[in-house]
Write a protein that binds this ligand. Structure first.
Ligand SMILES: Cc1cc2nc3c(=O)[nH]c(=O)nc-3n(C[C@H](O)[C@H](O)[C@H](O)COP(=O)(O)OP(=O)(O)OC[C@H]3O[C@@H](n4cnc5c(N)ncnc54)[C@H](O)[C@@H]3O)c2cc1C
Length: 343
C-alpha cells in the first residue's frame, strides 16, 4: 500500500484524492493536508459567526462549462448535478462577463466549497487541517513532509496543489530539484490579486436590488457584487441574506501589502456609495486573494509537472492549466495519470 500525501484541500487536491481512490482502490493510503481550517481553497464558503445558515462564497462564484469541457468532463458534471451539489443557474447576472449562448452555467446551492467537500468525502482520504507544509525532504525512497509546528511524516509520493508561488517557497529538497528551466517555467506563472468582502445580515433583512449578481465596469474599487443567497437561488426563509463583493484587480494590486482590516472599510464605503440604503450587516469578513486567478499558466498548460519520478514529487493545480473547475479537473486527471504509472 503506497502512502500518498496531497498538499492542498482545494478543488485540484480533492479531485485528485477522489480519482486516486476510485482508480487505485486498496493500493493507496491517501492523506490530504491543508494549512487552512477548512476545505475549499479558492472555492471557499465562509459562515457568519453568529448564524451558521448564513454563508457567502468569497472566491469562485459560478461554474461555467464550455461545450468542449461539458463534453469531456461530462461524468464530473453528471455526478455533481445528480448529488445536488450543482444546480443549473437560474438567477440573473447584470453586466458583461456572464457566459451565455452555448455555455452552461451552474451554481452550488450550499456554496462552492460543497464541490470540494463532495470530492473529499468520496475520496475517503485522511484529511487534516492546520497543516502548513514548510519543508519537503527526500529520505531514501520516500519523502518527508514537515508541517509548521508539527511532526514530520513520510510518504511514498507527494502531490503539491497550491498556487505556484507557494510551491516555490517550499524549503528542503524542492529548491534543488527546481534547477534551470523548471524553475524558469514556474517563475513565469502569474496570478491576479484582489480582495473579497463578505457581508452577513440578520434573517429577515432585505436587500432591495433587482439582480442576483452584477459586474461593474467603471468603478476603480469594486468589480463584482452578488447577493449570495439569491445567486444560489435560496429562499430568504432558508437563511439570512449575504453579499459578496470582489474588488478590481488594480485595487487589489494597489493595496496588496496592506492589512485586510484596513482595506475592508475602504471597500465597504465604496459599496455603500454604489448601493445606498443597504441595511447594517451583523458581521463582515474581508479576504485578501494574493493569488486569485491565473493570468499566465505554465507554458503549454501541461496539467502537471513532475519534479522527481522516484520518489514521486508532482505539482498540479490551476497554475498548470487555467482558473476554473475544468482547469482543476484537467490538472487532477494529469496528476493521477502520473501517480498511476509511478506507484
Ligand atoms: C476571487 C476569485 C473568483 C473566482 N471566480 C471563479 C468562478 O467564478 N468560477 C470558477 O470556476 N473559478 C473561479 N475562480 C478560480 C477557482 O477558484 C480556482 O481556479 C480553483 O479554486 C483553484 O483550485 P486549486 O485546488 O488548484 O487551488 P487552491 O484552491 O488555491 O487550493 C490550494 C490549497 O492549498 C493550501 N495550501 C497552500 N500552501 C500550503 C502549504 N504550504 N501547506 C498546506 N496547504 C497549503 C491552501 O490553503 C489551499 O486550500 C475564482 C478564484 C478567485 C480567488
Amino acid at each position: 500500500m503506497s502512502r500518498v500525501l496531497i498538499v492542498g484541500a482545494g478543488l485540484t487536491g480533492s479531485v485528485c484524492a477522489c480519482l486516486l481512490r476510485r482508480e487505485m482502490t486498496n493500493r493507496v493510503n491517501i492523506v490530504v493536508w491543508d494549512k487552512s481550517r477548512g476545505a475549499g481553497g479558492r472555492m471557499s464558503t465562509s459562515r457568519s459567526p453568529s448564524d451558521a445558515s448564513c454563508t457567502v462564497d468569497l472566491g469562485a462564484q459560478y461554474i461555467t462549462a464550455t461545450p468542449h469541457y461539458a463534453q469531456i468532463h461530462h461524468s464530473f458534471y453528471e455526478e455533481l448535478l445528480a448529488s445536488g451539489v450543482l444546480k443549473p443557474l437560474v438567477s440573473l447576472a447584470e453586466g458583461e462577463l456572464m457566459k451565455v449562448g452555448d455555455h452552461k452555467n451552474y451554481t452550488a446551492p450550499l456554496g462552492v466549497s460543497s464541490i470540494v467537500k463532495h470530492f473529499l468525502k468520496q475520496s475517503e482520504a485522511e484529511v487534516l487541517f492546520d497543516r502548513h507544509v514548510t519543508h519537503i525532504c527526500q529520505k531514501g525512497i520516500r519523502w518527508e513532509a514537515c508541517p509548521k509546528g508539527g511532526q514530520p511524516e513520510q510518504f511514498d509520493a507527494v502531490v503539491l496543489t497550491m498556487p505556484v508561488p507557494q510551491i516555490l517557497q517550499l524549503q528542503g529538497d524542492v529548491g534543488s530539484l527546481l534547477e534551470g528551466s523548471l524553475r524558469q517555467q514556474l517563475e513565469a506563472v502569474s496570478y491576479s490579486s484582489r480582495y473579497a468582502l463578505g457581508l452577513f445580515y440578520q434573517a429577515g433583512a432585505h436587500i432591495h436590488v433587482p439582480w442576483a449578481a452584477k459586474y461593474i465596469a467603471d468603478n476603480p474599487c469594486i468589480r463584482f457584487i452578488a447577493i449570495d443567497n439569491k445567486k444560489r437561488n435560496l429562499e430568504p426563509s432558508e437563511c439570512g441574506p449575504s453579499i459578496v463583493v470582489h474588488t478590481s484587480v488594480p485595487f487589489g494590486m494597489k493595496h496588496l501589502e496592506e492589512d485586510k482590516d484596513q482595506v475592508g472599510p475602504i471597500i465597504l464605503e465604496e459599496l455603500n456609495k454604489l448601493l445606498p440604503g443597504l441595511p447594517e450587516p451583523h458581521s463582515i469578513k474581508c479576504q485578501k486573494w494574493r493569488y486569485s486567478q491565473v493570468t499566465s499558466a505554465v507554458a503549454g498548460c501541461p496539467g502537471q509537472m513532475t519534479l522527481l519520478s522516484r520518489p514521486l514529487l508532482v505539482c498540479g493545480g490551476d497554475g498548470f492549466t487555467h482558473s476554473n473547475l475544468d482547469g482543476c479537473i484537467e490538472s487532477a486527471l494529469k496528476v493521477c495519470a502520473v501517480l498511476k504509472s509511478s506507484l
